[in-house]
Design a protein around this ligand. Sequence first.
Ligand code: PLP
Length: 459
Amino acid sequence: MATMSQAQVGSELQELARRHLWMHFSRMGGYDADHPIPIISRAEGCYVYDQDGKRYLDGLSGLFCVNAGHGRTEYGEAAARQVEELDFYTLWSYAHPKAIELAARIAKLAPADLNRVFFTSGGSEAVESAIKLARNYHRVHGKGQKHKLIAREVAYHGTSLGALSATGITDLRSQFEPLTPGACHVPNTNVYRWPEDREETWAADAIEERIVFEGPETVAAVILEPVQNAGGCFVPPDGYFQQVREICDRHDVLMISDEVICAWGRLGHYFGCERFDYVPDMITIAKALTSAYAPMGGVIASDRVAEPFMEGTASFAHGFTFAGHPIAAAIAMANLDVYEREDLCGHVLEKEGEFRQMLESLHELPIVGDVRGAGYFQAVELVKDKETKESFDDEESEKLLRGFLSGELYKRGLICRADDRGDPVVQLSPPLIADSEQFAEIHDVLSTVLAEAWDKVVS
Ligand code: PLP
């Protein structure tokens, strides 16, 4: 019997993908014979391989999620053992051992009294759940008017309508309006673009001003990432989160730390809030909880937030069929075993300086305006003029990012994110096992491609 060659399999998959697969956030019309859909078919460690066997450094850990690296078959073995024991049971009025063990393990790792875990299937569901929990928490305390949510401009918090209302990216929001009412946005901590004489407390002050403007009796929660992803890894100024914590306490507003990206070692700690030394009322998690080997997320709530729902006839009237799925929970347990055994957080802390230094060396290129981030979560902002920090207009940005950089970086074997949800940036978020060898590879590709971008697109 004739077998299909790899090339035949590849072209058939291309055809099927173009005809039937609806890729997310993708311009499907942009793919044709000359612009094939990138199909990733195999992965190992820090690398993924396409249909033709070409290797790419996964500088984005999938989508900020394969933190422990690809190809760990022990996660599959944990999943298989779980199928033999209990394939599925729901958390709707039942429990099962793996969800219980995982909740207890997460609570032990989480700071302070963040002891109660409400599982979801992913990040948007986690954010959605946190928003509903914040509203419900105030309602059970007789403050049902407290329903508004304060988020930051350009931040990404997910795509379901509630989470999208928190998302601060106009282009993503406007096409789906009206969104869940009650969300409003305040400035982020894009310090690179701040005037030099701006006070460090400015962005936190803006949160308090907005709470006061809206009326504290109407505000339920503030949601923020430890390091804001969209816009390019905005780090907080010193004292920012401490000040936000005080503001939230002053106005009886809950503080939600959206750690869908920043938890699980991305910043060198199990939780991003540990990096900046604050304790939120809720932490939203997903992505690397399982290192993306299975979909899973959750909200970790403080005892104070959970308590009203733990007594008498009270309940949080909210849930998802697959939340806390036993197989995902078994994989999360195996993942956390790897974190402990290989001290992945310790590795990030040890190596982040070297990673950052490598990126800082790109400053010698005329197109590199800023390098920022924390841990294994870094961004390089691209500018037209280093001195004035002049950025690219929409047309130039389109030409630079989609017309050149994205394709060229991929062609040269580096997957990273060339993004212009704020000003144009290249973002890197490699698996936590990445080391000097991968940093050198990233440097080789980035320095070449960014120099070419300047020659071809800018000058
Ligand atoms: N929150 C943050 C901070 C995120 O980065 C994301 C996704 O990237 C989400 C929420 C939504 O997660 P998901 O895509 O799993 O729904």
